[in-house]
Design a protein around this ligand. Structure first.
Ligand SMILES: Nc1ncnc2c1ncn2[C@@H]1O[C@H](COP(=O)(O)OP(=O)(O)O)[C@@H](O)[C@H]1O
Ligand SMILES: [Mg+2]
Length: 252
């Protein structure tokens, strides 16, 4: 589907006089896999925090799917409306099984507390199992989540988000701590997810960005420094100066 899924205009987040975001403008299309890079403190995590309702900005506008005012909504409402967020460290319920973790995420999306106690219907079970297949955890569905490897926990958390059928997925450094082959898998996975939903990924590993990014936004001091494909970004003198030049890999 063509068109813009999220509009961010003149967004300012002021932390006691310090502007983490400074009249920031940003747009993501439907079905796009967008990477967000930039030096430490550029405002990347703050942007994700605003988009998922965790932080309320000082001023600006964020519109999701044409007419939904994100800034008026709370975090759980945004999950319900289709904005999913994955934080840097996996947060799964270690005492529950893999299946139960997904079941819980699925029911949370439905929003009705009572449904947490209701039996899972065959159709719901099917949805959970197909998601487990998607994140390659179907064989571990009865294992406690606490026993999974770090990479598997990351995949479980991806599954917990996907089962909620988001239209915009926000990921903060999803490959941190993963092995080389898990990184490759995650990159391919992100590309496959982006066919059905828009994915916004904060990442500082330039090798990974080079390999999997379509469009990249470079942030610096709460603003957009540059935007475009990898060739444009790598040759932009401003980006080289404030980011790529520092250690060659973007120290963040
Ligand atoms: N809750 C907060 N209170 C005060 N300052 C904050 C808060 N959160 C982030 N900051 C500051 O805002 C700036 C941007 O932070 P962040 O969005 O985490 O950057 P990035 O993710 O690009 O490294 C940093 O200088 C950080 O110290
Ligand atoms: Mg950050």
């Amino acid at each position: 589907m063509a068109g813009t899924i999220i509009y961010v205009e003149n967004l300012t987040v002021n932390f006691n006089g310090f502007k983490a975001l400074d009249r920031f403008n940003f747009y993501v299309d439907y079905g796009e896999l967008r990477f967000l890079i930039g030096p430490n403190g550029a405002g990347k995590t703050t942007l994700l925090d605003v988009l998922c309702g965790k932080t309320k900005p000082t001023s600006g506008r964020v519109v999701f799917k044409d007419d939904l005012d994100v800034l008026n909504k709370q975090e759980h409402e945004l999950v319900f409306l289709g904005i999913g967020r994955k934080f840097q460290t996996p947060s799964v319920f270690t005492e529950l099984t893999v299946f139960e973790n997904l079941e819980l995420a699925f029911k949370q999306k439905k929003g009705v507390i009572a449904s947490l106690f209701k039996q899972t219907m065959p159709k719901e079970k099917e949805k959970i199992e197909s998601t487990l297949e998607n994140v390659k955890l179907i064989e571990k569905m009865d294992q406690k989540a606490g026993l999974l490897s770090h990479g598997e926990k990351q995949r479980l958390e991806m599954g917990m988000m996907l089962v909620q059928e988001p239209e915009l997925l926000l990921l903060d450094e999803p490959i941190a701590g993963l092995t080389v082959s898990e990184r490759q898998e995650m990159g391919e996975f992100l590309q496959s997810i982006a066919k059905n939903c828009s994915v916004l990924v904060v990442e500082h590993d330039m090798g990974f960005v080079r390999k999997f990014a379509q469009r990249i936004t470079v942030m610096h001091e709460g603003k957009v420094l540059s935007e475009g494909d990898i060739t444009k970004i790598q040759n932009d003198p401003n980006v080289i100066e404030v980011y790529l030049g520092r250690g060659g890999n973007g120290s963040c």
